[in-house]
Design a binder for this molecule. Structure first.
Ligand SMILES: *Cc1c(COP(=O)(O)O)cnc(C)c1O
Length: 436
């Protein structure tokens, strides 16, 4: 499979090229250039097929020009030491838990596959890479964990000093080895600007093999399609069509599901569930796309005012509102509804939902009622462990979910970070003195 820019179909790239460049040279995003029919492969999967088996088969097929089947399996075995878990709830409603990885959020799937693929290509060519990334808290920990211990790769994470939660800071600063945490005296915007300036600095790029690992990278996007296939293969009711409900911010997760559908996965419909940051739902309602600054909500990993993957979705649907609208429903969930859902679910079953999962669950219920109990089963993607969002969950329920083992362990370790001011010169001198 080749990949092409959303802005210029003449700009084609291999998977390896797209992996290391991230953004297409014209500023567009890479999308698959072809739409393979994987139906025959999907039909071989059963409720007994493991996630690694599914990931290996699909990886081998998608990247067959660059990765042989044996290597594909090896990559997937190393990347996916954790699996999604499908949990049946009630009345045609299931939850696809995607938070059993090292940072307890679904971004572990993408980050881990990206890290393992990069390591594979770098080792083969005896090259090294330095991953430079800015984080406001959450994605950084998935990246740190995914790249930890990878050969030929160094990771430098910039985060705003005093502006991430104590738990997030521990997750970023206790990994060690090939992962460096830079505590920037400034805001997240400063971190992002410094990373951008570093990438645009010719001298620095000539001296250091800088590369990025941000969420628009294909190496993170594509493996997210694998768990939709897994959920379909493991669906509780074999006879009912599947609708996926996806709590969305930057829309990478939803885009990956749409790709799986394009490759032949039987999906009745997608529900795009957002919080008050509802530019995409608004587009689906009104045909108008009006990006705007994001507002803060309880489901803060979805606080995105101009989702970058919207450009990908538009390309996939041939820039046709009708086509996108035919496949994607929209639901907007407020903060007070989010709290209410967390409270109700806890009261009725004793289970904790994190605020992002709660947005998805509220959206699924509303969709189901508005459609008058259609003949379909809804699978809601559960994107984070409730223990990651203790404050909100406690506010809603009055109780505290247990911290998952991975996170509790990080709290015990000493913080290791280097404080720098918010100038490019400070970042440059750190990088050159450490890696040149
Ligand atoms: C990133 C994130 C989302 C949103 O996913 P997108 O791919 O950006 O739409 C939802 N929930 C959690 C917990 C996240 O970390």
């Amino acid at each position: 499979m080749k990949f092409l820019s959303t802005r210029n179909p003449e700009l084609r790239a291999t998977f390896e090229e797209a992996l290391f460049t991230g953004l297409a040279p014209d500023g567009g995003l890479f999308n698959p250039a072809e739409t393979p029919d994987l139906t025959a492969i999907f039909n071989r999967f059963s409720p007994d097929t493991s996630f690694v088996d599914i990931a290996s088969a699909v990886t081998a097929e998608l990247f067959k020009e660059e990765i042989d089947p044996e290597t594909a399996r090896n990559l997937c075995e190393r990347a996916f030491t954790f699996s999604p878990e499908l949990r049946f709830l009630e009345n045609r409603l299931s939850l696809l838990e995607l938070y059993h990885g090292p940072s307890c959020a679904f971004k572990d799937f993408g980050a881990s596959f990206l890290a393992t693929s990069m390591e594979h290509f770098l080792e083969k060519e005896q090259r090294t890479a330095i991953i430079l990334t800015a984080t406001s808290g959450d994605t950084g920990s998935a990246v740190a964990k995914a790249f930890h211990g990878k050969k030929n790769i160094y990771v430098v994470i910039l985060y705003p000093s005093g502006r991430v939660s104590p738990l997030q800071e521990k997750q970023l600063t206790t990994v060690g080895d090939n992962v460096e945490a830079l505590e920037v005296e400034g805001a997240f915007d400063d971190c992002q600007r410094m990373v951008k300036e570093a990438f645009n600095n010719k001298e620095l790029r000539a001296r250091l093999p800088l590369t990025s690992a941000n969420s628009i990278n294909l190496g993170r996007l594509l493996p997210q399609s694998y768990y939709y296939i897994y959920a379909w293969a493991h669906r509780p009711d074999r006879h009912l069509p599947v609708t996926f409900c996806v709590p969305s911010g930057n829309f990478g997760n939803l885009t990956a599901g749409v790709l799986a559908w394009k490759w032949g996965l039987e999906v009745e419909r997608f529900i795009a569930a957002t919080n008050a940051n509802d530019v995409v739902p608004e587009y689906l309602k009104t045909r108008e796309y009006k990006p705007r600054p994001s507002v803060r909500t309880y489901s803060n990993a979805m606080d995105v005012g101009d989702p970058s993957n919207f450009e990908r979705l538009q390309t996939i649907f041939g820039r046709s509102w009708e086509k996108m609208h035919a496949q994607i429903n929209e639901e907007v969930v407020t903060d007070s509804e989010t709290l209410e859902v967390i409270r109700e679910v806890y009261k009725q079953s004793g289970a904790f939902f994190d605020p992002h999962t709660a947005v998805g669950y509220a959206a699924s219920n509303r969709y189901r009622h508005s459609c008058g109990e259609k003949n379909e089963q809804i699978i809601t993607l559960s994107t984070a462990h409730p223990g990651k969002f203790l404050e909100v969950v406690e506010e809603a329920t009055g109780a505290r979910p247990k911290l998952p083992e991975q996170l509790a362990a990080a709290l015990e370790l000493p913080k290791q970070s280097t404080v720098i001011d918010n100038r490019l010169e400070s970042l440059s001198s750190f990088l050159l003195s450490h890696y040149e």
